[in-house]
Design a protein around this ligand. Structure first.
Ligand SMILES: [Fe+2]
Ligand SMILES: [Fe+2]
Length: 191
């Protein structure tokens, strides 16, 4: 699904269903970090017009997602907790090569994989969370994360040869699957 090489574990689903507050807080931070990543990309590559335009749009959309998640947190009387950190995203970012233009290619592909995993997880949540309001909420976000996944891939294919993109995507997707398989199933979006 979406170029991912493994499915999220059932245990993860069981844990997140029990901890809606922690998951929503972590989710809000994920949306915030997605917006920060979009801004950092346009800051790093101001000469890539398509990328800048695409990232302006994305940053705004991710911030509006963050607002939606925050509204859910407050409307339920939950507290917006501190960012617990995201070992999954960190492990993926550690695989980004330091040298250009590979840094750009890897950043786009890692971002695409993170969006794909979010999409897969929203799908699982929307199908299995018993709280109807939350299930609908996750369903409403699913499609835009799938679009973001494609948006990053399209940018990669715009700036790099198709073959190189596809080969590196498969390599990174294999590592992503390994990271996901080794996660300890905690109440986080990427737990
Ligand atoms: Fe988002
Ligand atoms: Fe996204």
């Amino acid at each position: 699904m979406l170029g991912l090489q493994c499915r999220s574990k059932e245990e993860w689903l069981d844990v997140v269903k029990e901890n809606p507050e922690r998951v929503l807080c972590d989710h809000a931070h994920c949306e915030k970090k997605a917006a920060i990543m979009a801004i950092s990309l346009m800051n790093r590559y101001p000469d890539r017009r398509e990328l800048v335009e695409s990232m302006i749009e994305l940053a705004q959309e991710e911030l509006s997602h963050m607002q939606m998640v925050l509204n859910k947190i407050y409307e339920r009387g939950y507290e917006f907790l501190r960012d617990p950190g995201d070992g999954y995203a960190q492990a993926l970012h550690d695989m980004i090569r330091k040298q250009e233009p590979y840094r750009l290619l890897d950043t786009l592909l890692v971002s695409s994989l993170i969006e794909a995993r979010s999409c897969e997880r929203f799908q699982l949540l929307s199908e299995s969370v018993e709280d109807e309001d939350l299930a609908l909420f996750y369903r409403s976000l699913l499609e835009s994360e799938a679009q973001h996944r494609t948006q990053f891939l399209k940018l990669a294919r715009l700036y790099f040869p198709r073959e190189e993109v596809d080969e590196r995507f498969r390599e990174l997707a294999a590592k992503e699957a390994e990271i996901v398989t080794n996660l300890s199933s905690i109440a986080m979006m990427h737990g």
